[in-house]
Design a protein around this ligand. Structure first.
Ligand code: ACO
Length: 370
């Protein structure tokens, strides 16, 4: 038995949800470029769960369900108020989603209808949790979700407490479309491993949130912004990036396990970053990002991934840096739950082997002789 470090190149399951073939990402066979240009996040969530785009009545019903389920139990809000004000926002989300399960009477119902309903509930409630946490830690009351046509709009409304700007809603909606699913990424794999034991959907999503939090995965968007803030201005990019490269340190937001010729999602976020920079009158984040890309791609051949330009996009939307990864979770909840439903549909325990590299032929030594 020989291990493959990081399971690179290992095909661990079949899936009909999303594919990455020759650098092209599709959701249910539809190119991400097409979806980014034309689809709403609600249509994408439906597509991931049901395998087809919704017709008008089906979309209306899904939006109605999101509005019905968006409020979170009062007990969960009361617990959010007990979290430390400086709690890590992904840790807070992970804990609160786990808590949601305690107040859902059907949390452990394993029927397909119940699991699909819980997928919709989770998708509706995760944005409410994040917005409530963000307000509570600032000493503000959470804002209840309103009846809305879109999760992007409702999230921004709950976060800022007033009607959000249309451009911001559109930008966030597109970002949600772009992040919704990505084949067997680390967090989705974590979710599938968890539910393959026939554990419940909440446990699967909690595992996924824990995996997304890391800076090699979803946490990279926050790390990119920390880097941009550290650099400060375009004039400092050159020395900063060369210093990092000389020290063989990671440049966050670059590189990808699967894409070696570029992440197809990055160009959409780059365009959005540029447009939002023009609208806000602050091109600094975009200009720095472009210069970093020039150097890192030019000299190391590494291309930006989905997290690189999403950092400047969210900053232009005035979203606090530590909510970037939770926003990724809002979007990826659709993919996680679609994969969980697919796993349940054709389940087998996921239990690989390890190549043993420890000592052999050892004997027990009694404690007085150690
Ligand atoms: N900065 C500098 N060097 C890098 C970077 C980077 N961002 N990414 C890869 N490299 C280098 C590695 O050091 C390695 O060099 P070596 O061969 O001299 O040792 C080589 O490129 C190959 O990299 P691996 O680490 O083998 O690539 P792997 O597939 O294991 O990792 C990963 C992929 C984790 C995304 C990596 O590129 C990375 O750490 N990037 C920065 C973090 C990041 O942006 N993560 C978000 C990914 S997208 C997502 O999850 C949503």
């Amino acid at each position: 038995m020989t291990a493959t470090k990081g399971l690179e190149g290992i095909v661990a399951t079949t899936s009909s949800i999303s594919s990455i073939i020759d650098g092209v990402l599709t959701y249910r066979g539809i190119d991400i470029d097409d979806l980014a240009e034309n689809a709403t996040f609600e249509e994408v969530a439906y597509l991931l769960w049901y395998g087809k785009l919704p017709n008008a009545a089906e979309l209306e019903q899904l939006i109605k369900d999101f509005n019905t389920y968006a409020p979170i139990p009062k007990a969960v809000i009361e617990q959010l108020k007990l979290y430390p004000k400086d709690a890590n926002s992904m840790a807070a989300l992970r804990t609160a989603v786990s808590c949601l399960a305690l107040y859902d009477e059907e949390a452990n119902d394993m029927t397909p209808e119940s699991n699909l309903r819980k997928a919709i509930k989770l998708q509706a409630q995760i944005p409410t949790i994040i917005a409530a946490f963000a307000r509570i830690r600032e000493g503000k009351e959470p804002v209840a979700p309103k009846q809305s046509q879109s999760i992007a709009e409702n999230f921004l409304y709950m976060l800022i407490g007033t009607e959000p700007d249309k451009v911001a809603v559109q930008a966030l909606d597109t970002a949600l479309v772009l992040h919704a699913d990505h084949e067997l990424n680390a967090s989705t794999f974590a979710a599938r491993v968890t539910v393959a034991t026939l554990s419940d959907i909440y446990s699967g999503v909690v595992s996924a949130i824990g995996a997304l939090k890391g800076p090699l995965h979803g946490g990279a968007n926050e790390a990119v912004m920390a880097m941009l803030e550290d650099i400060g201005t375009v004039d400092n990019v050159d020395s900063y990036v060369h210093d990092k490269m000389a020290k063989k340190q990671l440049i966050m937001g670059f590189g990808h396990r699967v894409y070696k010729n570029g992440d197809p999602r990055a160009k959409h976020l780059q365009k959005m970053s540029q447009e939002l920079g023009k609208i806000t009158g602050n091109m600094n984040w975009y200009d720095m990002s472009i210069k970093i890309e020039d150097i890192v791609t030019g000299e190391k051949g590494l291309k930006p991934n989905v997290d690189f330009y999403s950092a400047s996009v969210y900053t232009s939307l005035e979203i606090p840096r530590d909510l970037f990864t939770p926003i990724f979770a809002i979007s990826r909840a659709s993919g996680w739950t679609a994969h969980i439903l697919e796993q349940f549909d054709n389940n087998r325990l996921i239990r690989p082997r390890a190549e043993y590299t420890g000592p052999v032929n050892q004997k027990y030594v009694s404690i007085e002789n150690r």
